[in-house]
Design a protein around this ligand. Sequence first.
Ligand SMILES: NC(=O)c1ccc[n+]([C@@H]2O[C@H](COP(=O)([O-])OP(=O)(O)OC[C@H]3O[C@@H](n4cnc5c(N)ncnc54)[C@H](OP(=O)(O)O)[C@@H]3O)[C@@H](O)[C@H]2O)c1
Length: 252
Amino acid sequence: MNRFTGKTVLVTGAGTGLGRAISLAFAAEGASVVAAGRTASSLDETVGLIKAAGGTSVAVTADVTDSDSLRNLVHESVTRFGGLDIAVNNAGIFRGTVPAGEISEEDWDAVLKTNTTGVWLAMKHEIAHMKENGGGVIVNISSNLGTHMRIPNAAAYITSKAAVSALTRAAALDHIHQNIRINAVSPGAADGPMSLFPGETEADRTERVKTQNPLGRVAEAGEVAAAVLYLASPAAGAMVGTDLVIDSGSTA
Ligand SMILES: NC(=O)c1ccc[n+]([C@@H]2O[C@H](COP(=O)([O-])OP(=O)(O)OC[C@H]3O[C@@H](n4cnc5c(N)ncnc54)[C@H](OP(=O)(O)O)[C@@H]3O)[C@@H](O)[C@H]2O)c1
C-alpha cells in the first residue's frame, strides 16, 4: 500500500522504539518523514534506515518541553517538505517506580512536562500550521496505563497518560471544524525499551509477559505502528477523538 504518498509526517521520539517503527512504516507507504527527538545520533539512524529502504526522511533535533524548539520543528517540516499533513506525538518518558507519595518533585515535573505538556505544546504548533493550510491529522501516543488501567508505583506516568487521553478527546472536539482530525493510540506493554523492567532483558520480558496479559506477549512495534497509520489514513475519516487500545487484552 502507498496510502501516504505526497504526505509529510512529523514523528516525535522517532529515534528509538515505537517512534522509529512508526517512522519506518509511514516512509514505507510513501510519506516524507520528519524524525524528531533530542538525540541526533539516534534520529540519524532512523533516517538512515528509511533511506536504505528507499524512503524520504530528515532528522530534526527537537525537545517537546521547549516551545521554540517545537515551533522550529514545524517550520523545518514546512521548509524541507512543503507542509505538515500528519503529526504523531509519541515522545514520552517513564520515571519514578515508587509509590505515589514517594515520587520526587523532579520526577513528577519531568514526566508531566514531557508526556502531557509536551503533547499539548506540540499540538499547539502543529495545529497553528494545519488550521491555516486546510487541516491535517494528529495521533497522540498515550498508554493503556492511565484512563484504561493502573499498576502500582507508576502514578506520575499514569497521571500523565490519562491526561493525554483526555486532552486528545478535548482537542479533537475543538479542532475538527478546522478539518484537523485528532485521535490517540494507547499501547499496553509493547516491544520498546519502556516495557523492560530495570535490568530486564527482552528474553526475561517474554517470559514475564506470558502470564501477565491474556495474549501472553507484548505488542510488536509494527502492530502499534499499523494502528497509527490506520488512524492517520483516509479510511479512518470518521474517527475523531478515539483512543485506540492495543494491549494484548490487558484491559479486555
Ligand atoms: N513501549 C511500551 O511498552 C509503551 C507502552 C505504552 C505507551 N508507550 C508510549 O510510547 C511512546 C514511545 O515509547 P517507547 O517504548 O518507544 O520508548 P522510548 O524508546 O524510550 O521512546 C521515547 C522517545 O521519546 C524521546 N523523548 C523523550 N523525551 C523527549 C523530549 N523532551 N523531547 C523530544 N523527544 C523526547 C526519546 O528520544 P530522546 O531521548 O533522544 O529525545 C525517545 O526516542 C511513549 O510515549 C511511551 O509512553 C510505550
